[in-house]
Design a protein around this ligand. Sequence first.
Ligand SMILES: Cc1ncc(COP(=O)(O)O)c(C=O)c1O
Length: 428
Amino acid sequence: MTVTLVPPPAPRPPAVAAPLDVLGVPGQVNLDYAATAPCARVAADAVAELLPWYASVHRGAGALSRRCTLAYERARQTVGDFLGARAEDHVVFARNTTDALNLLARALPAGTTVVTFGGEHHANLLPWPRGSVRLPVPGDPAGAVRALDAALGELRRPGGSGPARPGAGHGPPVLVAVTAASNVTGERWPVAELARVARRHGARIAVDAAQLAPHAPVDVAALDVDYLAVSGHKLYAPFGAGVLVGRADWLDAAPPYLAGGGATSHVGAATHDVRWAAGPARHEAGTPNLLGAVALAAVCAALADADRAALHDAEQALLTRLREGIAALPHVLELRTFGPAAPRVGIVSFVVAGRDSAEVAAELAATYDIGVRDGLFCAHPLVRRLLGEAAARSGRRDLPPTALRASIGLGSTTGHVDRLLAALAALA
Ligand SMILES: Cc1ncc(COP(=O)(O)O)c(C=O)c1O
């Protein structure tokens, strides 16, 4: 037997791991970032680094505990800075955007009227009190601004329930609650203009930035909005940490979101003898999600250091490729609220004519290892409406009653997009 000595292959240079690399499983094409984005390496590293120090937060004098407390409060500062919190704002950790908006809903002064649009995610439709105003979905961003202006004008008319005078803030408060980017279409909403309108009418504005923050900078102060909510798991961090940033006064006056340890400054023997803490602690009773907060802060810090314009350009190039590819498939129809050229983040919803969306999603997964979302995307009123409009626009009668959604972000490639397009073409 002859033995051939094969020289070992030249060592490959180690792949350089960048902080904003995302984790994933080779071969699996994840096109479902809008539901939950993959975990960024920097988030995983931050968790791994802190795990040996795992100890109580705000509750211990030991070195481990003090480090954990410091890490948690530093995370609050980093996330607040990333979101442009003003010095006087509170940065409250919650579980996710749904939790953050429910917290805000519970902190509204009595009699507050909330004004939303019908295109919102359920997280920004359902928490608001009875009597909230739901405006129809406009045909373009300018229409949203006009509709809000008219609605707020109507609310503060004599006999209306809103503030008495523009900018004065008298009378029952009004809160406008809008998304910054739609989870269905990816379309961006004109948040700064809506904030100006709200301000002019003496209303406050809360922004659901769950879908915008992963794709573009959001800045509470620069947008001049009162509240902003995000989810860590859509921002390349693990599940379980979200944030509400915003004005301190309503939050400090409200009953605690959760009653319990950590939210009090004094508890006496009598059942009613409780003084609730002011500040974020008031709404963060119980042991907090330290790892979630620290991981989210690590992503925020890495994104703050990154060239976000370059990231945005790269994502937009992929999005254009995806949308143009879909437009070229006669049996696939994109859903949209605004015009086709409206600015949007890396999300596309569509239907395959004549095919059930759940079946298509299952086939994409089973045959092509592609993960997309199907259904009504927790925005039932909007998706039903857009499906009706797509049927009217195309004249087709064979559109399914639910939709598909592909969404991209850090780590997405042309290869991923092309694989989806090829699979959709093959479904014809
Ligand atoms: C625009 C928008 N708002 C709110 C939410 C709710 O986020 P979470 O499930 O993290 O609470 C989502 C989730 O998809 C969303 O897309």
